[in-house]
Design a protein around this ligand. Structure first.
Ligand code: AMP
Ligand code: FE
Ligand code: FE
Ligand code: ZN
Length: 286
C-alpha cells in the first residue's frame, strides 16, 4: 500500500488543511501519512482526528530547514513526541524568527516600489508557520507578479533583492532536538542539498536516514543515496513534498513509490528509540 512521508498543509506553506489532506490521503488509498510541515506540528492533532475510524496511520512528523555554508539542509523527523517541551520551544523560536524575517522582506519590497503589508501576508498564512510562499501569493494577489514562480525569480529567491535569510537552527541542532523528542531524523532531499560532505557530521549528531526517493532526484541520484545510506548504516525514506494541488510538483500525494522494506525499517527505528532496552542505535551526542 502506498504511503506519503513528506507533505505540507496550511499549518505551514501547503494549501490544503490537515482535514483536506487526510481526505485526499484516504481517497488515494494511503496506508500511512506523515505531515512534515515547516517548523510546526500543529497539523498533527486535526489530522489524527480526521483519520479516526479509518485505516490510515498518521505519523507525527516535522521538517526543520537548516543551512550549512549557504546550502539548504532540511531535516525531517518521524514518530516524534509532538508534546516534547524542548522541541516545541525550538519550533516556537523558529516561527517567531519567520515573522521578523517577513517584516524585513516586506520592508524591502516596499522600498523596491511594491506596496504590500505584513497584514495581507499574515491573512494568507492561516497556520502557524509563515514563509516566502505566503508572501509570493500576496504579491500575486496584488498583481505585482504573474505567479509564484515569478515572485521567487524576481524578488524572493535566494540572492534576489527582497530575499532575507531565515534564522536557522544548525542542521546538527535540528537532528539533536528531533532525537531528544524521540523522533527519527532523516536528511530531506539530499540531492537538493547537493553536498554529501554534510552527512558525516549529521550522523555524528544522531541522523538515522536519508530521503533517497524524491521527485527531483534522478535515477542515478536515488541509487547514489541508497549506497551512501548503506555505507553509513542509515535507513532510507522517500516522499513527494506535496504542497497542494496545482503547486510546482512532479508527484501527487503518495505519488513516490517506496520499496516494501522502507516502512517496517522506519517503524523499527522509531520503536528502538522508545525502548531504551532495545538494540537501538547509540544515543545522539548531547
Ligand atoms: P521559506 O521556508 O520561507 O524560506 O520558504 C521556502 C519554501 O518556499 C519551500 O519550502 C518551498 O515550498 C517554497 N519555494 C522555494 N522556492 C520556490 C519557487 N521557486 N517557487 C515556488 N515556491 C518555492
Ligand atoms: Fe515548503
Ligand atoms: Fe525541504
Ligand atoms: Zn518539504
Amino acid at each position: 500500500m502506498p504511503v506519503e512521508l513528506h507533505c505540507h498543509t496550511t499549518a505551514s506553506d501547503g494549501t490544503l488543511s490537515p482535514e483536506e489532506l487526510v481526505r485526499l490521503a484516504l481517497a488515494q488509498g494511503l496506508e500511512a501519512l506523515a505531515i512534515t510541515d515547516h517548523d510546526t506540528t500543529a497539523a498533527w492533532g486535526p489530522a489524527v482526528e480526521a483519520a479516526r475510524g479509518f485505516r490510515l496511520e498518521v505519523i507525527p512528523a516535522i521538517e526543520i530547514n537548516g543551512e550549512r555554508d549557504g546550502r539548504d539542509v532540511h531535516i525531517l523527523g518521524y514518530y516524534l513526541d509532538p508534546d516534547h517541551e524542548a522541541l516545541q520551544e525550538a519550533l516556537t523560536g523558529l516561527r517567531q524568527a519567520r515573522v521578523r524575517r517577513l517584516e524585513e522582506m516586506v520592508e524591502r519590497l516596499v522600498a523596491l516600489g511594491l506596496p504590500i503589508t505584513c497584514q495581507e501576508v499574515m491573512a494568507l498564512a492561516t497556520g502557524e508557520s509563515v514563509g516566502r510562499p505566503h508572501l509570493a501569493r500576496a504579491l500575486v494577489a496584488r498583481g505585482h507578479v504573474r505567479d509564484m514562480h515569478e515572485a521567487f525569480e524576481l524578488y524572493l529567491g535566494s540572492g534576489r533583492p527582497a530575499f532575507v535569510p531565515r534564522r536557522n537552527l544548525a542542521p546538527e541542532e535540528a537532528v539533536r532536538v528531533i532525537r531528544r523528542a524521540s523522533g527519527v531524523p532523516v536528511l530531506a532531499h539530499p540531492g537538493l542539498t547537493g553536498d554529501d560532505a554534510v552527512v558525516p557530521a549529521l550522523v555524528e549528531a544522531g541522523l538515522m536516514g536519508l530521503e533517497a526517493y524524491y521527485p527531483q532526484h534522478a535515477g542515478w541520484e536515488v541509487q547514489h543515496y541508497l549506497d551512501l545510506a548503506e555505507r553509513h548504516g542509515l535507513l532510507v525514506t522517500g516522499g513527494s513534498d506535496f504542497h497542494g494541488p496545482g503547486a510546482r510538483h512532479r508527484a501527487g500525494l503518495g505519488g513516490v513509490a517506496l520499496p516494501p522494506g522502507v516502512m517496517p525499517r522506519l517503524r523499527e527505528a522509531a520503536a528502538s528509540l522508545r525502548d531504551p532496552g532495545g538494540q537501538g542505535p547509540p544515543p545522539a551526542t548531547p
